[in-house]
Design a protein around this ligand. Structure first.
Ligand code: WT7
Length: 575
């Protein structure tokens, strides 16, 4: 099934590489052997933030640069010793306000050094961190904070208006970064507390199975799910950062993801810092000039981004690349949605490097299937399972399927970074594991005769727009809150730039006319109520939407309409 048009490219991608190193590692690897890389292997004292920051200071590397931070207004650098001191301070601040091990502490702000210090500080006292995208609006923020019963949040004066404190009785403290003027109820000046706090902290030693990070992610039905990861995940973050990111001491590494997304924690914090590598964080909006400038200025050697970004860079053209000195760049990676062979071809031409695709999910907590630096690559394929991971294509009964047959992409459970819980929803958690021994990903794929995995699509209706997972249900729920809307059905429509865009089919209430103004109003309504990236780019009006007898919107029928495909079995449709 692999695209014969890419045969030439496959040959280039295979010539200097061989499969041997991978095969040997795959045959002999044992996760247990990774444990000796951590100080808790000797001391028995576990905390991921200690391993990521303090350990390097204790090993005499306190003056190494941990973080280069820049945005249009700031340009700063922090050593590991400074990150240790700042995170210790914030740990003490949280303790002063009575925050305890296991409490949920959320972070809702744009990327900044304060965000990273606060996150590490919260982890150091054993709290579970919930990072939220700054793009979330009030409804989305409320759902997540309420579900997690968060006790504290670190935010900014600009964003705090999206936190409905009156509806969140358990939220005791709002730490405001950049607070000005009078503080409201429950509000605390972050900087003031930080300057007063001690920079030495009694770290909370935890169990490897204790909670670390809670990432909310969308499913096709219902509210977003709180996916809980535990400290034990560091084992996988460390080893994948070594073999997939190829991190070595002296590297300057840039992961472009926000910590509101699991890539931004697993590989924006833990992966690089567990290796003591310098981490580049760039705030502000995307622009091709700015991104290349960042790569050149910091002499980035390893760069981890997403297909949507690479496609936009491709749109900006190869001539632009030639204006920057990217000679430090050794390794490029991509995750989040299918990486088109076309983009790989372009990358090879303009960067002179392969872009290495890898596959994983919020729920898997770490990379699962990857293209490795030593491995021959088949552009368009996600690569092969990480050593210690058994991936398979199975049918709906859990039987493994032969090569080149499409089916459910499944992983044999467990693995070190696997989610341990869906917050408040054990039933949902069990659904992933109902076909033992498999974890069922919800993706469909096939494995070719050489063991390479090829992504085919989501099995559920989850939309992947510019690498962000959007649950159609959440968008539909918001749409029908609008006074003009009677019914709404939301699908992902294939899009060359964004992977998919959100398209809404809408039936209006009586008395409303389908006008351009109304379309704009509805779009703004979702933007304001949910998030800009969740607002439908296309809205189509229909008198009536296809529904099952039990009242569920039949999104697959909407999708078939959109794509001009046969609608399939309509036996469960009403009238
Ligand atoms: C979904 C997961 C990826 C880590 C960040 C969290 C899609 C992911 C790939 C890839 C094709 C991919 C899948 C997956 N996806 N990586 N390399 N090729 N599709 O991501 O928000 O939990 O989304 O993203 O559909 O299930 P997430």
């Amino acid at each position: 099934m692999s695209d014969p048009q890419n045969q030439d490219l496959i040959e280039v991608m295979a010539s200097e590489y061989n499969m041997k190193a991978y095969e040997e590692a795959y045959a002999t690897f044992d996760w247990k052997d990774v444990e000796k890389e951590f100080s808790w292997h000797e001391t028995g004292r576990v905390n991921a933030a200690y391993e990521a920051i303090d350990r390097h200071v204790e090993n005499g590397r306190g003056d190494d640069i941990a973080l280069y931070y820049s945005d249009p207004a700031r340009d700063e650098r922090y050593t590991f010793a400074e990150m240790k001191a700042l995170s210790n301070k914030f740990g003490n601040v949280l303790k002063k306000y009575g925050v305890q091990k296991g409490d949920r502490v959320f972070i809702f702000m744009p990327r900044s050094p304060e965000l990273y210090a606060a996150l590490l500080g919260a982890v150091k006292i054993g709290a579970i961190v919930g990072p939220l995208f700054e793009a979330f609006m009030e409804g989305a923020v409320k759902d997540r904070l309420a579900d997690a019963a968060a006790v504290a949040i670190i935010t900014t004066p600009k964003l705090k208006h999206r936190i409905p404190v009156q509806d969140l009785p358990e939220l005791r403290h709002l730490f405001l970064v950049g607070a000005e003027g009078e503080l409201g109820e429950r509000e605390i000046d972050f900087q003031q507390e930080m300057s007063a706090a001690s920079d030495s902290l009694d770290i909370e030693w935890v169990d490897r199975e204790d909670g670390l990070v809670l990432h909310y992610t969308s499913g096709s039905t219902g509210k977003p799910k709180g996916v809980l990861h535990v400290h034990n995940a560091m084992i996988q973050h460390y080893q994948t950062a070594k073999w997939v990111l190829d991190l070595k001491r002296g590297d300057v590494y840039w992961c472009t993801a926000d910590p509101g997304w699991v890539t931004g924690t697993a590989y924006g914090i833990w992966g690089p810092w567990l290796h003591g590598v310098t981490n580049v964080i760039r705030g502000g909006r995307f622009s091709p000039e700015d991104w290349y400038e960042t790569l050149a200025r910091y002499k980035v050697s390893v760069w981890y981004s997403a297909p949507t970004a690479f496609r936009m860079l491709m749109g900006a053209g190869g001539e632009l690349v030639a204006r920057y000195d990217l000679s430090a760049l050794r390794h490029i990676l991509s995750v989040g949605e299918p990486l088109n062979a076309e983009v790989v071809r372009w990358g090879l031409k303009v960067y002179g490097k392969r872009i290495h695709d890898n596959w994983w999910m919020t729920e898997t907590g770490g990379q699962m299937i990857s293209n490795y630096p030593s491995m021959p690559m088949k552009p368009g394929s996600m690569g092969k399972p990480f050593p210690g991971i058994y991936a398979a294509i199975v049918d709906d009964q859990g039987n493994e399927l032969p090569p080149n047959t499409m089916g459910n992409l499944a992983i044999r459970a467990p693995w070190p970074a696997m989610m341990r819980r869906i917050w408040n929803n054990p039933t949902k958690y069990e659904e992933y594991f109902h076909l033992q021994p498999w974890y069922i990903s919800g993706d469909s794929a096939y494995k070719d005769q050489d063991g390479y995995f090829w992504f085919q699509g989501r099995i559920d209706d989850v939309i992947n727009t510019s690498g962000e997972r959007v649950g159609p249900f959440e968008v539909e729920s918001k749409l029908i809150e609008h006074p003009a809307i009677a019914e709404a059905g939301v699908i992902g429509k294939p899009d060359p730039l964004r992977g998919e865009i959100i398209k809404a089919f809408v039936a209006l209430r009586e008395g409303y006319q389908p006008t351009e103004e109304l379309i704009q109003e509805i779009r703004d309504f979702v933007k304001q109520g949910l998030a800009a990236h969740a607002a439908p780019r296309e809205i189509e009006f229909r008198d009536k939407l296809p529904k099952t007898r039990s009242g569920k919107i039949m999104r697959r029928v909407l999708k078939a309409w959109e794509l001009g495909l046969p609608t399939g079995d309509l036996s469960t449709m009403e009238d």
